[in-house]
Design a protein around this ligand. Structure first.
Ligand code: GRF
Length: 192
């Protein structure tokens, strides 16, 4: 299964997917493209270091979302991408990609959806004072973190929890769950 990872930031999930492939924790999966809306993102640097092709763009160079998504779609089609993995991609997808990749786009979100959708889910959970939060991998639809849930992991919030310690616990779970879900989808595709 050929995947394209979309990332706007650090790219720790992206790096973890590459590592899972290298160590054969996941099999029959190939990352063939990194897409980023921030050419200076650390994720882009990681891709270059690992010789993964990059398509990066600046949204304001295009008249609208449809225009840059058409460019992305061109790349995805050329490379025969089977699955899009959003890993810290900070833009809502538009109809161009959603229609072309119906049920073939997943996202990792740092909360137990439907709680704390949207930006800064970790800050929202700390502010609310919940004792359990977690990680969700879900299919992507036109809403903000609203698509069908594929799998989740819970993370407890201790009394002495800080933002930093919670981020670390959440990322540990993300780094396990996301490659696991990708493997499951690859197995399903192979069985079809
Ligand atoms: C992750 O916490 C993910 O859940 C959210 O964005 C963050 C990306 O982190 N959607 P990284 O760039 O993979 O380190």
């Amino acid at each position: 299964m050929k995947i394209a990872v979309f990332a706007s930031g650090t790219g720790s999930n992206f790096a973890e997917i590459l590592e899972s492939i290298k160590t054969k924790k996941i099999k029959n999966v190939e990352v063939v493209l990194l897409v980023s809306d921030r050419p200076e993102a650390l994720a882009v640097r990681k891709a270059i270091n690992e010789s993964i092709p990059v398509f990066s763009f600046t949204a304001k160079d295009f008249p609208n979302k449809q225009a840059y998504e058409e460019k992305i779609l061109e790349k995805l089609t050329q490379l025969e991408i089977d699955l899009i993995v959003l890993a810290g991609y900070m833009r809502l997808l538009g109809h161009v990609l959603l229609q072309a990749f119906d049920q073939k786009i997943i996202n990792v979100h740092p909360s137990l959806l439907p709680a704390f959708a949207g930006k800064d889910a970790i800050g929202q959970a700390l502010d609310y004072g919940v004792k359990v939060t977690g990680v969700t991998v879900h299919f992507v639809d036109e809403g903000m973190d609203t698509g069908q849930i594929i799998d989740q992991r819970a993370v407890t919030i201790d009394s002495e929890e800080t933002r930093e310690t919670l981020i670390k616990k959440i990322q540990e779970q993300e780094h396990e769950l996301l490659p696991e879900v990708i493997q499951r989808l690859a197995n399903q595709e192979a069985a079809e």
